[in-house]
Design a protein around this ligand. Structure first.
Ligand code: G3H
Ligand code: 13P
Ligand code: NA
Ligand code: ZN
Length: 316
């Protein structure tokens, strides 16, 4: 069956790697993530946002999670799999997910005041922990895709708030803001410009204050340049985009960061392949002929990230 994130994060902390948390919206994405993680012997967190849960439908989702567990075994390895709610917005949604079999939930009240964030997180923790479900919360706000990245970014996590937040909430892991952002347009770069480095000084200060506590990195897609180039080559248009360089993610994975969230890179991988097939074979109309190769590309991406970036491969 599904597991919560406790043992995964304990191992990740001890062995200095990060567990991948891949978002999915449909069957092919879920299959690719599970097969890629089974083939690379990696634990995995399967995550769905509130909107992904609505898209899939609550009748389907528990069965997809159960099928994911069986699929890993079919591919030869019973890897630990958690089903996690990504960016839960309120208590009712978190409760609903817990009641329907999720093994982990995020309550994201990071846009609220510190006191309101604590109160809502605490409420979810009480309900979840009574049912052996782990809880992720967030302190600090990730930059929006339209925000200019600058040294004056006002919403980085404040390390001095972390201890108090953990004590008052009892949460199991904490998402922090150190310069990543969601989506495929993290940085608008002029040709030749490098993305600004993540604020490892803030991460280190947090680690110093709460040693051994699992930290989560959202917005961690690299916006894979080869996939962006393929999208642009085959009729798409994504200008001047850049994500988090792999070297920075490797450094984060070796730190107290125990969970790295990846959604956009999976979307880009599938879109790139589908665009190529549509461009090269305009007569193709069997969904298996484009969703199948897109799934293969996503499997390869998952294996690459687990092996070369997050260090989660071979940990089973
Ligand atoms: O952080 C959000 C995830 O990338 C998924 O968002 O499913 O609501 O588009 P979405
Ligand atoms: P990306 O948009 O960088 O893939 O981030 C995903 C994420 O943080 C999901 O919670
Ligand atoms: Na780590
Ligand atoms: Zn996120």
């Amino acid at each position: 069956g599904l597991v919560n994130t406790s043992a995964m994060f304990h191992q990740a902390m001890e062995e200095r790697f990060a567990v991948p948390a891949y978002n999915f919206n449909n069957m092919e994405q879920l299959q690719a993530i599970v097969i890629g993680c089974a083939r690379s012997a990696s634990p995995v967190i399967l995550q769905v946002s509130g909107s992904a849960r609505s898209y899939i439908g609550t009748a389907f989702l528990p069965h997809m999670a159960a099928a994911a567990v069986d699929l890993a075994k079919e591919h030869g390895l019973a890897i630990p799999i958690a089903l996690h709610l990504d960016h839960g917005s309120d208590f009712e949604l978190a409760k609903d997910c817990i009641d329907s079999g999720f093994s982990s939930v995020m309550i994201d009240a990071s846009h609220h005041s510190f006191a309101d964030n604590v109160a809502l997180t605490r409420q979810v923790v009480e309900y979840a922990h009574a049912r052996e479900v782990t809880v992720e919360a967030e302190l600090g706000v990730l930059a929006g895709i339209e925000d200019e990245v600058s040294a004056e970014h006002s919403s980085y996590t404040r390390p001095e708030e972390v201890e108090r937040f953990l004590e008052q909430t009892g949460v199991d892991s904490l998402a922090i803001s150190i310069g990543t952002s969601h989506g495929a347009y993290k940085f608008k770069l002029q040709p030749g410009q490098e993305p600004p480095p993540l604020r490892f000084d803030i991460l280190e200060e947090i680690e110093r204050r709460v040693p051994g506590f699992p930290i989560v990195l959202h917005g961690a897609s690299s916006v894979t340049p080869s996939h962006v180039a393929m999208i642009n080559q085959f009729g798409g248009r994504m200008d001047n985009t850049a994500g988090i360089p792999e070297e920075q993610l490797r450094r984060a994975a070796a730190s107290a960061v125990c969970k790295v969230n990846i959604d956009s890179d999976g979307r880009l991988a599938m879109t790139a392949v589908i665009r190529k097939i549509f461009a090269e074979k305009p007569g193709e109309f069997d969904p298996r002929k484009y969703l199948g190769p897109a799934r293969e590309e996503l499997i390869a991406m998952v294996i690459h990230k687990n092996r070369e970036v997050l260090g989660s491969a071979g940990r089973i």
